[in-house]
Design a protein around this ligand. Structure first.
Ligand SMILES: *[C@@H]1O[C@H](CO)[C@@H](O)[C@H](O)[C@H]1NC(C)=O
Ligand SMILES: *[C@@H]1O[C@H](CO)[C@@H](O)[C@H](O)[C@H]1NC(C)=O
Ligand SMILES: *[C@@H]1O[C@H](CO)[C@@H](O)[C@H](O)[C@H]1NC(C)=O
Ligand SMILES: *[C@@H]1O[C@H](CO)[C@@H](O)[C@H](O)[C@H]1NC(C)=O
Ligand SMILES: *[C@@H]1O[C@H](CO)[C@@H](O)[C@H](O)[C@H]1NC(C)=O
Length: 412
């Protein structure tokens, strides 16, 4: 008696130490019973009505010497959320029974301490707490500290979409969709909008339950940002006569360096020199980018301002600007934008007008010559034609609308 009390005391102290070390809550509090049987099985399992549930199970007895005749071992399942002592009401399965009263079958080899059980034709009423018991007279023990909570749901469980790695452009990520597979005999079929007929793989988890999985590796780009992955799991039920489906969606949020950087000018129409012009830098970037403005000078580009907008007082000289957009993933530069003032346009305007005048005079001469020639052609015209060479193409490029300043975009 003394030794028992001492053992209990030591147990309690150990438990308390564990509690204080790991700050565990009541969920992991020591079981108040002192059973001679333990099972290794999931604590909670979810299943789908109309389907089956495979319960991976392994047991061990304490002390081992009491459990000597493995061949005459009976496995028993007891159903009750409160009482795990066997009586005729709550014993739902006994491996010695010839008739099956409950749709259960121990598929594991009990002599190998394998109590793996298949629970089939589930209905939501089967939701309960179950205890495993071993009978091998004189050894009789219930694993009262290892309750198994089974929840049978009427609708299919949603699959899970998981993405490994950072959601950044150029990053290669593996996207997977997985569905719990309580009944590996009739697993769900997974489909998604990332590929046609994806190969379904059934994987065993560390707790010996199963998961059906599909996966695909993709290299991300900015076009994936905002894309919604939708994955559905279709479970066959009632011997495959019906199916139950559940869907999961996940929208990708992909970060990317600035794209499509450009500068727009307001007002875009005619502006006289000495007035303000607003430059706006536009770009797509995630996360949002910061903007800087640079002006071209003899010594190269010099920083002139920060921010999306930049106001410039149009002066007498031509000035080139560009903006640079930066976020954590990189930066992008817009093309140069030239602001040409009315004054600087004026000088070229004089040349343009002069050239225009010359062209008009040449055209008049040609016309006159042609007219005279055609008049004389009936009278066997033999005069030489004037030289038709003229800087037509050159003139068209230089010609400008008087009084305007213009903007030239140079692609670098
Ligand atoms: C299980 O079956 C065996 C053999 O028929 C029997 O001895 C035992 O009492 C049964 N156990 C329970 C809990 O019904
Ligand atoms: C237990 O038995 C099942 C058959 O129902 C088998 O699939 C499983 O691998 C066995 N487990 C171990 C640990 O041997
Ligand atoms: C499920 O349980 C309810 C009451 O708990 C009962 O009325 C119903 O008939 C049961 N359904 C089946 C299919 O056993
Ligand atoms: C713009 O510059 C001109 C001279 O180039 C100056 O007269 C004018 O006041 C400036 N405008 C503003 C709003 O500062
Ligand atoms: C430029 O923007 C400022 C405010 O940002 C505004 O007050 C001004 O009218 C704008 N000028 C032009 C020419 O658009």
């Amino acid at each position: 008696m003394m030794s028992v009390i001492t053992v209990q005391f030591v147990k309690m102290v150990t438990a308390n130490m564990l509690l204080s070390v790991f700050f565990v809550s009541g969920a992991l509090a020591p079981c108040p019973y002192n059973p001679d049987l333990f099972i290794t099985a999931p604590k909670q399992m979810e299943a789908l009505s109309g389907s089956c549930l495979r319960i991976p199970c392994h047991f061990r007895a304490k002390p081992d010497e009491k459990f000597k005749n493995p061949r005459k071992t009976f496995g028993v399942w007891i159903k009750n959320s409160k009482y795990f002592a066997p009586n005729h009401k709550n014993v739902i399965f006994n491996s010695s029974w010839e008739h099956i009263f409950y749709p259960m079958k121990i598929t594991g080899d009990l002599s190998q301490k394998n109590c793996t059980t298949l629970f089939s034709s589930l209905i939501t009423n089967h939701t309960d707490t179950y205890f495993f018991r071993i009978e091998n007279r004189p050894f009789l023990a219930t694993a009262s500290c290892d309750p198994l909570q089974i929840t049978v749901r009427g609708s299919a469980p949603s699959p899970r979409i998981e993405i490994s790695g950072d959601l950044k452009e150029k990053e290669s990520v593996t996207i997977s969709c997985s569905a719990s597979t309580p009944c590996p005999h009739s697993p769900p079929k997974l489909t998604w909008n990332l590929q046609q007929d994806p190969p379904n793989n059934i994987e065993e988890n560390t707790d010996r339950t199963f998961t059906t999985k599909i996966q695909k590796t993709i290299t991300l780009s900015d076009t994936h940002d905002g894309f919604t992955i939708s994955c559905s799991a279709t479970y066959p039920v009632n011997e495959g006569r019906e199916v139950k489906t559940a869907e999961e969606r996940k929208t990708l949020s992909v970060s990317y360096a600035p794209k499509d950087t450009s500068v727009s000018i307001s007002p875009s129409g005619l502006v006289s020199a000495g007035s303000w012009v607003n430059l706006t830098c536009s770009s797509r970037a995630k996360p949002p980018a910061s903007f800087s403005w640079f002006k071209n000078s003899k010594d190269g580009a010099i920083s002139v301002a920060e921010g999306k907008f930049y106001s410039v007082n149009v002066t007498g000289v031509t000035e080139d600007y560009h903006c640079v957009v930066t976020n954590v993933l990189g930066n992008q530069r817009s093309s140069w934008i030239s602001l040409k003032s009315a004054e600087s346009s004026d000088s070229s305007l004089i040349w343009a007008s002069a050239l225009g005048g010359v062209i008009i005079i040449i055209i008049i001469i040609i016309c006159l010559a042609v007219c005279v020639c055609s008049l004389m052609s009936t009278r066997r015209c033999k005069t030489k034609h004037p030289n038709p060479q003229q800087p037509q193409s050159q003139g068209a490029e230089v010609l400008e609308v008087p009084g305007s300043w213009d903007v030239v975009r140079n692609q670098f």
